[in-house]
Design a protein around this ligand. Structure first.
Ligand code: PLP
Length: 427
C-alpha cells in the first residue's frame, strides 16, 4: 500500500465530458466527484427523478391499494396501475396486464419454474440452459429438472464467449420443455441473438418448450421490444428494477397472455384470489393472480420513474455509448502485458468488460482499485459454470452505464497498471 500512497491516482474529476447522462442527475455520484463507479451491472446508481418520485408517492399517495374505499387508497391503486402501464410501454409490451411485478429477476425465474415448470415438466422431458446463465436462471432450472426427473442440458459457448448456436440447436427436440438463456451475459457482456435463439427453441421443440429470457442485463442497456420478441418465440422475459436505475426490491416478469393464463399461481394470499370457498378457491385475473399480498407500490413507482428517465435519455443510445466505452477499455487493457480479456469484441457486447491480470488476484485488484476510488466487481459473478469453462475461479469485471465517461475507463486502466507495478508483474 505504501507504493500506492506514493503513486496516487488523479483524484479530482474535472467534468462529465463523454457521459450520456450527467453525473449531476445522480445524487450519489454528484456527492463524490472522485468516485469512479464501474459496477453498474451489479446495480445502477439512481437518478434524482427516481428518488423524487418515490418520495412524492410516500408523501402524497401512500395507502394499501386495491382494498380501501377511500380516496387515498384509490390514489395508491392508480399509482400502482400507472407504474405497471409505464413499465410495460417501455418494454414494448402492449398488454400491461401481462406484466407481473416481482422482487427481481431471481424471483421471476423462481415464479416461472415453480409455476409453469412444476405444472408442465416431468420425467423424460429436457430442460436446456446455457453455460453463460446467471445462477438465478441456471440453478433454478437445474433444481426444477432434478425435482421433476427431467434431463438438464447445457448449451456450450464459443471461444469468444457467445452461445454456440450449433450446440444449442443440437440440444433441442420435441422432448425439450424449457429453454432458458440470458439476453446479455452479466459476466462477459455478450449480447445474445434473442429472437434467433427463441425461434430455434420454438421450432425444434414443436412449440412445446417454454422459452424464458433473463433480461436482467438487457433492459438497462437497450430498447427491448417484448411483443416482437414474443412473436419470435420468447414466452417469458424477466428483469430487475435496480439495474435500470430503479430501487432494489422490484422487477418484472413479462409474458405472453396465453402462457401466463395457463400457469397456476405460485404464491397464495390476498389479492390473488377471485372467490374463496371453504374447500375451493378461484384465482384473480392477470396480473393479480401472481401478486399475492400487499404489493410493493413505492418501488414500482420508482421503477416507472426510472424507465421514464431512461426513455427520455434514449434507451437505444445507451448501448452505443457503452460499446464505445467497452472498445476503449478492451483496447487499453488488451495492450497491457499479462492481461486476459474474456468475451467477444465490443460490437457484440454491452458495457461489461471481464478480465484477469496475471499475478494479481481479482480481489486484490479490486481492493487496489478501491484505494483509488474505482469500484469494480471481482468474483464468479454468480456464473460458476461459466468460470469453470473459462478455467478461472474468478475474474475482475468493470461495467458501464449512461453516466460512465471515457475518463472513468482511463482511471480503471491506470489502476490496473498501478496494481501490476505493486505486484511487480507485467514487465
Ligand atoms: N440474471 C442476470 C443476468 C443478472 O446479471 C442478475 C444480477 O446480477 C440476475 C439475474 C439476478 O438479479 P437479481 O439479483 O436482481 O434478482
Amino acid at each position: 500500500m505504501t507504493t500506492l500512497l506514493m503513486d496516487p491516482a488523479p483524484l479530482v474529476r474535472a467534468h462529465d465530458a463523454g457521459a450520456l447522462a450527467p453525473r449531476a442527475e445522480f445524487p450519489l455520484l454528484a456527492a463524490d466527484p472522485a468516485l469512479v463507479y464501474l459496477d453498474s451491472a451489479a446495480t445502477a446508481q439512481k437518478p434524482r427523478a427516481v428518488l423524487d418520485a418515490m418520495r412524492a408517492y410516500y408523501e402524497t399517495a401512500n395507502a394499501n391499494p386495491h382494498r380501501g374505499a377511500y380516496r387515498l387508497s384509490a390514489a395508491a391503486t392508480e399509482a400502482y396501475a400507472a407504474a405497471r402501464a409505464r413499465v410495460a410501454r417501455f418494454c414494448g409490451l402492449a398488454d400491461a396486464d401481462c406484466l407481473v411485478f416481482v422482487r427481481g429477476t431471481t424471483e421471476a425465474m423462481n415464479l416461472a419454474a415453480g409455476s409453469w415448470g412444476r405444472a408442465h415438466v416431468g420425467p423424460g422431458d429436457e430442460v436446456v440452459v446455457t453455460a453463460m446463465d446467471h445462477h438465478a436462471a441456471f440453478v433454478t432450472w437445474q433444481q426444477l429438472a432434478r425435482e421433476r426427473g427431467a434431463a438438464f442440458r447445457i448449451a456450450e459457448l464459443t471461444a469468444d464467449g457467445r452461445v454456440d448456436e450449433d450446440h444449442f440447436a443440437s440440444l433441442l427436440s420435441e422432448r425439450t420443455r424449457v429453454v432458458a438463456f440470458p439476453h446479455v451475459s452479466n459476466a462477459l457482456g455478450t449480447v445474445n441473438p434473442v429472437a434467433r435463439l427463441a425461434g430455434l427453441a420454438r421450432e425444434r421443440s414443436g412449440g412445446r418448450a417454454l422459452v424464458v429470457c433473463d433480461g436482467a442485463q438487457g433492459v438497462p442497456h437497450m430498447a427491448v421490444g417484448f411483443d416482437a420478441l414474443a412473436a419470435a418465440g420468447v414466452d417469458l422475459y424477466a428483469f430487475s428494477g435496480h439495474k435500470v436505475g430503479g430501487p432494489m426490491g422490484v422487477g418484472a416478469l413479462l409474458g405472453r397472455r396465453a402462457v401466463l393464463e395457463a400457469m397456476p399461481p405460485w404464491q397464495f394470499g390476498g389479492d390473488m384470489i377471485s372467490r374463496v370457498g371453504d374447500e375451493e378457491t378461484t384465482w384473480n385475473a392477470l396480473p393479480h393472480k401472481f401478486e399475492a399480498g400487499t404489493p410493493n407500490v413505492g418501488d414500482a413507482v420508482g421503477l416507472a420513474a426510472a424507465v421514464e428517465w431512461l426513455d427520455a435519455l434514449g434507451a437505444d443510445r445507451v448501448l452505443a455509448h457503452e460499446r464505445a466505452l467497452a472498445a476503449r477499455a478492451l483496447d487499453a487493457l488488451g495492450a497491457l502485458p499479462g492481461l486476459t480479456l474474456y468475451g467477444p469484441g465490443a460490437e457484440s457486447r454491452s458495457g461489461v468488460v471481464s478480465f484477469s491480470v496475471e499475478g494479481v488476484h481479482p480481489h486484490d485488484l479490486a481492493t487496489i482499485l478501491d484505494e483509488r476510488g474505482v469500484c469494480i466487481r471481482a468474483g464468479h459473478h454468480c456464473a460458476q459454470p461459466l468460470m469453470r469453462r473459462l478455467g478461472v475461479p474468478a475474474t475482475a469485471r468493470a461495467s458501464f452505464w449512461a453516466y460512465t465517461t471515457p475518463e472513468d475507463v482511463d482511471a480503471l486502466v491506470d489502476g490496473v497498471r498501478a496494481a501490476q507495478r505493486l505486484f511487480g508483474v507485467g514487465g
